[in-house]
Design a protein around this ligand. Sequence first.
Ligand SMILES: Cc1cc2nc3c(=O)[nH]c(=O)nc-3n(C[C@H](O)[C@H](O)[C@H](O)COP(=O)(O)O)c2cc1C
Length: 382
Amino acid sequence: MAGHLGCYNIADLRDRAKRRLPLGIWEYAERGVEDETGMARNRAAFDRITFRPRVLRRVDRIDTSVSIFGQPTPMPLALAPTGAAGLLWHNGDLALARAAAAAGLPFTISSASTLDVDVIASAGGRLWFQLYLWEDRSLSMAVVDHAAELGCEALFVTLDMAVPPNREYIHRNGFGTPFTLNARNTIDVLTHPRWLAGVMGRYMLSGGIPTQANLPDRLRTKVTKGAPPGALFKQDDLDWDGIRELRDRWKGRLILKGILHPADAEQALAAGADGVVVSNHGGRALDSSVATIDALPDIVRAVGGKMTIFLDSGIRRGSDIVKARALGADAVLAGRAPLYGLAAAGEAGVARALELLRAETARTMAMLGTRNFAEVADALAD
Ligand SMILES: Cc1cc2nc3c(=O)[nH]c(=O)nc-3n(C[C@H](O)[C@H](O)[C@H](O)COP(=O)(O)O)c2cc1C
């Protein structure tokens, strides 16, 4: 079990992460887009949902386990793909993957990760791979084939970024690609010596922070350099034919991430997908999009029981996980919650975040008088 690190909930880990990170890195990991109403709406929608608990139900044995893709999983939680985890902690992707493997939870490798996928995969455990399509589609296909060779169980294709999102603070902070130093971010970095030495310093010793680490060697660059031609993500010309092409190529589970409309979920099913992630990218894509927990019931009505339904965006408490399950999601993904742990204390911090979510989930179930997830469907107040 992870040490408590003086952190007793995800918000404590968030506070510690914020203190450790330079502002530019913190804002990249934490913020949404435009006026950030989407992030607030995700949280408000969870908070509006209430339970009607039962008593005297012998809750001395709580079973939080579920089945995901037919495999037993200790709880309905997986780690969402988060590119640039390596900026929060040295080789952050590996720390996330190791903590996930130790907790028995699946980890999703991001196609925007800064660490070689082979190194991430050395963590073992249950690995999923997230895909953004590069402008040169043959690169994407090569990456997909490599993910299969590594034994990744599922391919998550992220669809809610058809065009780059409007993250104004990234430009203000000089945090675009290429990453450029300016007066503001130089002082910012210099006033966070622990990050400078522990993260940036360690990369500098090995020749700089890599980017596009998933690409073939010849196309890899450093975050301080622009991307070579064809090696930029580009999905504005993607349509259902593109998904069918991926379906033909990828033999494992295929999941479409960033689905909010039931008609799209039905089309995903028709295209041969095995699941969807009801997601608005944690409020980082379209600011005015519906809260995911509000979008979930229609999608469950459309495709529930016919494909695996994941939900993400705003998971901060075990009670959020129970609410998502009660409304018909099979499992949730958490993005920022483990990232806060990562930035706070590396692998031990991620382990702490996962342990907090597990303990809160079990406690919520006991308080509700539900001993397993089959029973939680009846726990909502209305
Ligand atoms: C710093 C950061 C990087 C992310 N990078 C990716 C990515 O590379 N690919 C992707 O599909 N989603 C990415 N996401 C979105 C997450 O997979 C997930 O949908 C989102 O974080 C869920 O919301 P939450 O952070 O409130 O849990 C990223 C999110 C964050 C916070």
